[in-house]
Ligand binder design. Structure first.
Ligand SMILES: Cc1cc2nc3c(=O)[nH]c(=O)nc-3n(C[C@H](O)[C@H](O)[C@H](O)COP(=O)(O)OP(=O)(O)OC[C@H]3O[C@@H](n4cnc5c(N)ncnc54)[C@H](O)[C@@H]3O)c2cc1C
Length: 551
């Protein structure tokens, strides 16, 4: 059952009535964080504006346009123009998005939100938009954190938001070949619920799982929390159907093909700029019998990194593998997530070398009981050889409980005047240390220029034999006068520090408006012009999500 957007937080994350509980220690945590940032947070409360008071730009469609849109969509009930629908489809869920929403600073909003229910309706809508020269923004869960769904057209044309979430059915289930076909607007929990009926899973669990869709995962090339075992979304993609302004593209279905470049890989991370993904066939697998996750302490991040590299390069099937740096480890302990860790007496471990640089890793997997036992115990043995100490499964229970709840904390901290932003990259193992250090330094320098402090946490997740994703979470006191003006150079400082060492501008968040300036460094001029040529061929009038991948 698709989520009702009216039940979700119009200017924040998830359900409107859910908050992060900080394990009952909110004030203690805020006091501690305030000390790190030199700010008094406990009494601070800066609420968002009332959504009804937010001014939206005028609608640029006339009555005849609207009638044609209704006809293309298949009925009045599939076209929305009310204030809240336009507001809630105006942008995604990045930090700058939340800052603008909370202040009611909305420069772009769709002229109409259309909710197609069939491939034919999508084709008709694109045809009409092509004829009228209107821009189209495909919209799944709207959880983009890179400006991928901003209702903006660089040429200033009217913008139609194509909300795909009514296209949310399973179309085929093929146990013999272990595939299933879904309409692209299905949300994560609905997709897994369909597969659970036959005891299967897809195994794609991004932190945004509850509020993001299959089409959005593919279009932003998403990666889930268990990607080490199940792969990133493009590894799970068997084939797809994409409706472009030039017609329908159906990619080849089968295990593997050497017949020219893989078109599915062209669609993955195309950010809706080539067309609308309407169906996708994905690789599924039987539901695993068991899972096990253990926490391992390392004396420092370098030791933990060496252990994760050794595990990734060994022939082991681990799904969970996440190493927090010392700051993230300390922060989670303060948030109450580590009560059980505390119980086992962290202080008592100090003489053994686990001092203020200690880092925690979560290591685990899913599968048959035998496989799980074997893979986890071999991984723990590798950790031990790198100075790690297994502290058992208990400390991982809170992480498992909170894995979809942590994003709610961002809204609470915004209330307290603190920005939380995330940024991720992937680099070879040999560059992890230097990238982590230089991002930290770049952030301290940028915030320091304005007399502010920053709290930077990093973790490794999504590991590969040749390297890993580094995920940064940063918190800093907001400049309430100009929070977007404050954010821009911070974003540039992180991105430049990563690009300097050849890191990708995104391991899994995608490109969007926010990462576009760094794309040419990674693709090169010729690479970028090839992408533009493909885009020109699929969408000659440049109506599909303009400005979100290339100019
Ligand atoms: C709190 C939070 C946690 C997150 N955690 C993760 C994580 O763990 N892993 C991860 O990979 N990402 C994560 N993200 C980022 C985001 O959830 C992903 O990029 C996700 O894939 C977006 O899916 P969506 O359905 O919300 O797509 P949207 O945000 O609606 O769209 C994303 C992009 O895809 C395009 N698009 C959407 N649907 C279609 C379609 N049917 N056809 C063509 N184009 C389409 C849009 O135009 C846009 O360019 C997180 C975001 C938030 C806010």
């Amino acid at each position: 059952m698709a989520i009702k957007r009216s039940d979700t937080n119009w200017c924040g994350w998830g359900w409107a009535n859910t908050r992060y509980d900080f394990h009952g220690q909110r004030d203690t945590f805020l006091k501690w964080l305030g000390k790190q940032l030199g700010a008094d947070l406990v009494g601070t409360h800066i609420p968002p504006v009332n959504p009804e008071d937010v001014l939206l730009p005028d609608v640029r469609l006339n009555e005849a346009d609207l009638a044609d849109l209704v006809a293309a969509a298949g009925g009045q009930e599939f076209v929305q123009q009310d204030h809240m629908s336009r507001l809630m489809h105006s942008m995604g869920r990045s930090l700058p998005d939340l800052l603008r929403l909370r202040r009611g600073d909305i420069r772009n909003a769709p002229d109409a939100v259309v909710l197609p229910t069939s491939n034919e309706a999508v084709a008709d809508i694109l045809r009409l938009c092509g004829e009228r020269n209107w821009a189209v923004v495909p919209f799944g869960g709207g959880s983009s954190v890179v400006g991928g769904v901003e209702a903006w057209d660089p040429q200033g044309r009217p913008v139609i938001c194509l909300d795909m979430t009514k296209m949310n059915r399973i179309l085929a289930f093929d146990p013999e070949n272990q595939t299933a076909t879904f309409q692209a607007g299905i949300y994560g929990p609905d997709l897994e619920a369909e597969l659970a009926k036959t005891n299967h899973i897809l195994g794609h669990y991004p932190q945004s799982f509850e509020f993001s869709t299959l089409g959005g995962w593919i279009a932003a090339r998403s990666s889930g929390q268990q990607s080490n075992q199940y792969g990133d979304i493009h590894d799970m993609l068997e084939s797809c159907v994409v409706i472009t302004p030039k017609g329908e593209l159906v990619t080849w279905t089968g295990p593997v093909s050497a017949a020219g470049p893989d078109l599915d890989m062209c669609i993955a991370d195309s950010e809706g700029t080539l067309g609308v993904i309407v169906e996708a066939t994905v690789r599924i697998r039987p539901k695993p019998e068991a899972y096990q996750i253990k926490a391992v302490l390392f004396p420092d991040f370098a030791a933990g990194t060496a252990a994760l590299r050794a595990i990734s390069q060994a022939d082991l099937k681990l799904s969970y593998m996440r190493l927090s740096d010392a700051v993230e480890t300390a922060t989670y302990l303060k948030m109450g997530s580590g009560n059980l860790l505390k119980e086992i007496g962290l202080k008592a471990l100090s003489p053994l070398g686990f001092k203020d640089q200690k880092c925690v890793a979560l290591i685990g997997t899913e599968g048959s009981l035998r496989e799980v036992e074997y893979d986890v115990s071999r991984a723990i043995a590798i950790c031990r050889a790198h100075g790690g100490l297994s502290v058992g499964s208990s400390p991982t229970k809170n992480w498992h409980r909170d894995r979809y709840l942590h994003p709610y904390m961002r809204d609470d901290l915004l209330d307290a005047g603190i920005a939380t932003d995330t940024h991720e990259t992937a680099v070879p193992w040999s560059k992890i240390g230097v990238v982590q250090k230089e991002v930290q330094e770049a952030l301290e320098a940028e915030l320091g220029r304005h007399g502010k402090k920053v709290h930077v946490m990093a973790h490794l997740s999504h590991s590969y034999p040749t390297g890993s994703c580094i995920y940064f979470i940063l918190m800093y006191p907001l400049n309430q006068d100009d929070p977007i003006g404050q954010w821009r150079p911070i974003k540039a400082a992180i991105s430049d520090a990563i690009a300097k060492h050849g890191g990708t501008i995104s391991h899994h968040h995608g490109v969007g408006i926010d990462h576009k300036p760094w794309l040419s460094l990674e693709k090169g001029e010729l690479g970028l012009s090839l992408i533009k040529a493909v885009r020109r061929e699929a969408d000659p009038s440049n109506i599909m999500n303009p400005g979100k991948l290339v100019d």
